[in-house]
Design a protein around this ligand. Structure first.
Ligand SMILES: Nc1nc2c(ncn2[C@@H]2O[C@H](COP(=O)(O)OP(=O)(O)OP(=O)(O)O)[C@@H](O)[C@H]2O)c(=O)[nH]1
Ligand SMILES: [Mg+2]
Length: 432
């Protein structure tokens, strides 16, 4: 099949020195362009069979040709050379001189979508996979890449489309068909709605996996917040001294805890008597705590909880108590005891931290585009059910049903406006 596109080229490996670099040429003239720079490539190469040879610019390496079953769904050649930035640049220059155009961000994936190789949620999953920073993110993106979201939503789309066919038919052939069984149609729409609700439930876990858990360390001065922060960050980021009121600004660091990205905040110690600079620090600490998913309230196990702690605790939303400096002699506490000095209790501490984000087997990665379309579809189905409830004419029920299918189809990329596609693919990097 003749591709409707021109031929594009871009490196598909990261810039910089490496053992190997790869450049992808894709489009109707991919073989011609690749042959111009790699003469060993036959005019009609055997797909998926690598060929060794020399490139015109002086490097040697491999060419791997694909037919329309390539990543992009069109003829494509991947060229593997040595990972020298100069070699990559010279190869790119030769491909451009041979008539290829530099690929835009996400353009290979856009073609995979346009050529029907993947649906839109899978295309978005490609970007998620490339951006994944933790194992969980990678796993979730992999599920999406395999079409998890599309598979989950297809039954809902089918149900609503069947209902539409029924109502359309009554418009044209009402005498032959007779009245619609509204109980059955409402039941079908409710089932579609239930499927959508189920998918929407993954909004919060997705957010946790994507953006991570925000965890604030708070407590009175000298409780050991900065020491714990440094221990977890694995560096001496925060200043630690025996002087109460050392930390002023909020410091943050990102950790990968059992596959969940955790942003940890170290804050100024909370106390009522503080000079101006410290007071500002305390305001910032309170604000960090307010924006956190988890507030850890640290206290020195040798001192225990005093009246000022009780006052602080009242002002915070569901704080979790942590007793610090457990390496020092102390009477046992009811709380989790940790030592930043020896590392004791930290494994348990990290386990507890991610407990609140336990939905690690994440089946669907929802982005704001998905959730808004799902909510719109839900509302439209609600309107359709209300219409059926008051025995409205099919002409009045159909627009809501069409609205719902339109929204669901958007998620899968069926009939999406070009500007929406532009927005989605603009987020990609070149070479993807
Ligand atoms: N033995 C022992 N000392 C600790 C431990 N954690 C902190 N300290 C000591 O306690 C003192 C205060 O520690 P910081 O980490 O600065 O306490 P902070 O809560 O950040 O204090 P502010 O920034 O003033 O609010 C320092 O002298 C630390 O060395 C620990 O686990 N064991
Ligand atoms: Mg501190």
């Amino acid at each position: 099949m003749e591709s409707p596109f021109d031929t594009i080229v871009a490196p598909i490996t990261a810039p910089g020195r490496a053992a190997v670099a790869a450049v992808r040429v894709s489009g109707p003239n991919a073989y011609l362009v690749a042959r111009a720079t790699f003469p060993s490539l036959p005019l009609e190469p055997e797909p998926r069979k690598a060929i060794y040879g020399w490139f015109r610019h002086g490097d040697d390496g491999l060419a791997l040709p694909f037919s329309s079953d390539s990543y992009t769904g069109e003829p494509c050649v991947e060229l593997f050379i040595h990972g020298s930035p100069t070699s990559v640049r010279m190869l790119m220059d030769d491909c451009l001189a041979a008539g290829a155009r530099l690929a835009g961000p996400g353009e290979f994936t856009l073609r995979a979508f346009a050529n029907g190789r993947i649906d839109l949620s899978q295309a978005e999953a490609v970007a998620e996979t490339v951006d994944a920073q933790t194992q969980t993110q990678l796993k979730a993106a992999g599920g999406q890449l395999a079409g998890a979201l599309a598979r989950a939503l297809q039954p809902a789309l089918d149900r609503v489309e069947e209902t539409i066919v029924l109502y359309e038919a009554t418009l044209d052939f009402s005498e032959e068909i007779g009245p619609i069984n509204s109980l059955e149609t409402v039941d079908a729409i409710r089932k579609a709605e239930a499927t959508i609700s189920e998918v929407l439930q993954w909004e919060r876990p997705t957010q946790l996996v994507r953006e991570g858990l925000r965890v604030a360390l708070v407590g009175r001065p000298n409780a050991g917040k900065s020491s714990l922060f440094n221990r977890l960050a694995g560096s001496d980021r925060a200043i630690v001294t025996p002087i109460p009121g050392t930390t002023r600004d909020v410091l943050e660091t990102t950790l990968d805890v059992r596959g969940i990205p955790v942003t940890l905040f170290d804050t100024a110690g909370l106390r009522s008597k503080a000079e101006t600079v410290e007071q500002i620090g305390i305001q910032r600490a309170i604000s960090a705590a307010r924006h956190a998913h988890v507030i850890l309230y640290l206290y020195d196990c040798q001192i225990g909880l005093i009246e000022e702690d009780t006052r602080n605790l009242h002002a915070l939303e569901s704080p979790v108590l942590i007793a610090t400096k457990a390496d020092l002699p102390h009477s046992p506490t009811k709380d989790l005891e940790v030592s930043a000095e020896t590392g004791d209790g930290l494994t348990k501490f990290l386990d507890q931290l991610v407990d609140s984000a336990a939905e690690i087997e994440l089946p669907y990665l929802l982005n704001p585009r998905h959730t808004s379309a799902l909510r719109n579809a839900q509302n439209a189905l609600g309107e359709a059910i209300a219409g059926i409830g008051v025995e409205a004419a099919p002409e009045l029920i159909l627009p809501a049903l069409y609205h719902a299918t339109g929204e669901l189809r958007q998620i899968l990329g069926l009939g999406v406006a070009p500007d929406v596609l532009d927005q989605i693919f603009a987020k990609f990097c070149i070479g993807k």
